[in-house]
Ligand binder design. Structure first.
Ligand code: AGP
Length: 612
């Protein structure tokens, strides 16, 4: 999704802005641009990559200690040079970059046209920059800040914006509603970005701007105001991220690095939450609300994409062990379907970014209807983390690959800890089983290392299936969501059409697809569904499907029966989802690489979906 970086300080703005744009590339984009407040407002922008923009800059003079820059993910108008941001107002007073969508842009545009404005691009953003200029031109008493405030008061929709003005070259003004912005505090300089990644290495002190607030920034001053022009309250957060976290190191892609990081990230998720003697689970972030959770009549888990798959694993675990009714909903459906919610409901939002628009809005609706709202997020200080009553951070570190891997296993780890803690506190779990599952969880990182050590074998198998056009993934029980997630990984990065299905559903439709061209990936470790899933495998085999199975190490029966196997170490069923997904992540990764796909930035996808 679109990315913003901006700078105001005593140094030249350009180097930070270009590096910042590169660090935002992972979010997905199709054009890039930069504007600097030098002797005049200079704008350079083009369709394509940040490297294309850099090529364009060499021939131009680049001056300015205040600047804004943007990576655009097209919404209004196709990706081209004209629609790229920044946008300049008609009379050249303002340059603006914008994340989000101005929903009432058509009406505003018509009004501006009636007032003599003309437009170069098809974007909603150009409407906003001209609206600011329109108010600016209303009279001497309206300065740039007031014009921006007036324009924003007319806007319906979501935005994160950064604006520079030709008449106040030392000033940068930023604001947000629904679309995140973070301000980094340096010495004699301020950095702005749509997430913390561009700021790593520049400063650890950051302010997450609140909705509707405005920040007026120059090299020596930062003033935060509310939309009513009153001083805004804020908190400076310390964000301890390292450069190593945002670089690929020896790996070919971020996705591969992140898959291999999982033993470490899962340990980070445990840290401080599982006692050293493996006898207890402590979820500090839920301490205050835990009594309310224990009394809950229902838990509703909401999320999108991979986070929704993690929620499905959570549903199985909570219902199986804690015996509390659970519902799992796509946030995009939940927010619009007028759900019945009461104060006895606990709604938990699962989100890596903590900024997904559908999840955030669904959560606000649940809060208005009286439910306790909790979050399981990866990004510290994100909107969902800040707006929930309480929550648990997943601590997976910055995830750059658009296809989620380590954030998913961290989410599943948190949900497993949560389910088991809840079950024990409710008296649904014996102390022996409680200790056994904690111990099994603590052994997961070592077992994932074993799976990762077999990556070359998985690569060989991937080579056999790289030409597929379709694939079917099957699983049962806790491993049905793993089948869904395996299929999503393949689909997102290799563009092979892949469907995940509950194996028992196969006979009710998808079996019609099975022939000797169709790879069928079956998640079939030795658990209590084993006999059933072996029958499903037989059904596929009878129709000559190409069977690939995730099996428990040493399962000779399935090894004989199917074409290829991914072996995973034996484990307690409660933790098997954490192991079974790893070979499927690698399988999707290697197929995508062999097909020459852009693994870290798949086409049309964005890392953080901040528009609905
Ligand atoms: C994951 O591989 C996807 N890129 C996507 O489905 C993602 O999980 C979804 O957009 C939700 O994002 P979130 O976890 O940041 O809310």
């Amino acid at each position: 999704m679109c990315g913003i970086v901006a700078y105001a300080g005593e140094n030249s703005a350009c180097p930070f802005l270009i590096q910042g744009l590169k660090r935002l590339e992972y979010r997905g984009y199709d054009s890039a641009g930069i504007a600097l407040a030098g002797s005049r407002l200079q704008i350079h922008k083009c369709k394509g990559r940040v490297s294309d923009l850099e090529g364009h800059l060499i021939s131009n003079e680049l001056e300015g200690q205040v600047g804004i820059a943007h990576t655009r993910w097209a919404t209004h108008g196709e990706p081209n040079d004209v629609n790229a941001h920044p946008h300049l107002s008609m009379n050249g007073h303002f340059a603006l970059v914008h994340n989000g969508i101005i929903e009432n842009y058509a009406g505003l545009k018509a009004e501006l046209i009636r007032n003599g404005y003309s437009f170069q691009s098809e974007t909603d953003t150009e409407v906003l920059v001209n609206l600011i200029e329109f108010f600016y031109g209303k009279g001497l008493e309206i300065n740039a800040e007031m014009a921006i405030r007036l324009a924003l008061s007319k806007v319906v929709g979501a935005f994160g914006i950064a604006v520079i003005c030709n008449d106040v070259k030392e000033e940068l003004i930023v604001s947000r509603r629904g679309s995140p912005l973070v301000i980094g505090i340096g010495e004699g300089e301020y950095f702005v970005a749509s997430d913390a990644t561009p700021l790593v290495g520049y400063t650890k002190n950051m302010i997450y701007l609140s909705d509707n607030d405005l920040a007026i920034i120059s090299k020596n001053s930062l003033i935060l105001k509310t939309e009513e022009d009153k001083p805004a309250s804020f908190r400076i957060s310390r964000v301890d991220r390292t450069i190593g976290e945002i670089e690929k190191g020896d790996f070919d892609h971020f996705m591969l690095k992140e898959i291999f990081e999982q033993p470490g990230t899962i340990e980070d998720t445990f840290r401080g939450r599982v006692s050293a003697d493996r006898s207890a689970i402590v979820l500090g972030g839920l301490m205050d609300v835990f009594p309310a959770i224990l009394k809950a009549k229902r838990i509703i888990l909401i999320g999108c994409g991979t986070s929704w798959h993690a929620a499905l694993v959570g549903e199985y675990l909570i219902e199986t062990y804690a015996r509390i009714p659970v519902e799992v909903e796509y946030a995009s459906e939940f927010r619009y379907r007028n759900p019945i919610l009461t104060a006895d409901d606990v709604v938990i939002a699962i989100s890596q970014s903590g900024e997904t628009s559908d999840t955030l809005v669904a959560l606000r609706m649940a809060r208005e209807r009286g439910a306790t709202i909790l979050g399981v997020c990866n990004v510290v200080g994100s909107s969902i983390a800040r707006e929930t009553d309480a929550g648990v951070y997943t601590h997976a570190g910055i995830e750059i690959g658009v296809a989620s891997t380590k954030a998913y296993t961290a989410q599943v780890t948190v949900l497993t800890l949560f389910a088991i803690k809840l079950a024990f506190a409710k008296g649904e779990l014996t102390v022996e089983l409680y200790h056994e599952i904690i111990s099994e969880l603590a052994d997961v990182p070592a077992k994932i290392n074993t799976i990762l050590s077999g990556h070359n074998k998985i690569k060989e198998i991937a080579a056999k299936y790289k030409g597929a056009t379709n694939a079917l993934y099957l699983g049962r029980g806790l491993l049905f969501p793993v089948a869904l997630e395996g299929a999503l990984k393949l689909k997102e990065i290799s563009y092979i059409h892949a469907e995940g299905y509950a194996a028992g559903e196969m006979k009710h439709g998808p079996i019609a697809l099975v022939d000797d061209n169709l790879p069928v990936v079956v998640v079939a470790p030795k658990d209590h569904y084993y006999e059933k899933i072996v029958s499903n495998i037989q059904e596929v085999k009878a129709r000559k499907g190409n069977l690939i199975a995730v099996v428990t190490e040493g399962d000779l029966i399935l090894k004989e029966m199917v074409n290829d196997v991914f072996e995973i170490p034996e484990s307690h069923p409660a933790v098997t989802p954490l192991l079974a997904i790893v070979p499927l992540q690698l399988f999707a990764y290697y197929i995508a690489v062999l097909r020459g796909c852009n693994v870290d930035q798949p086409r049309n996808l964005a890392k953080s979906v901040t528009v609905e």
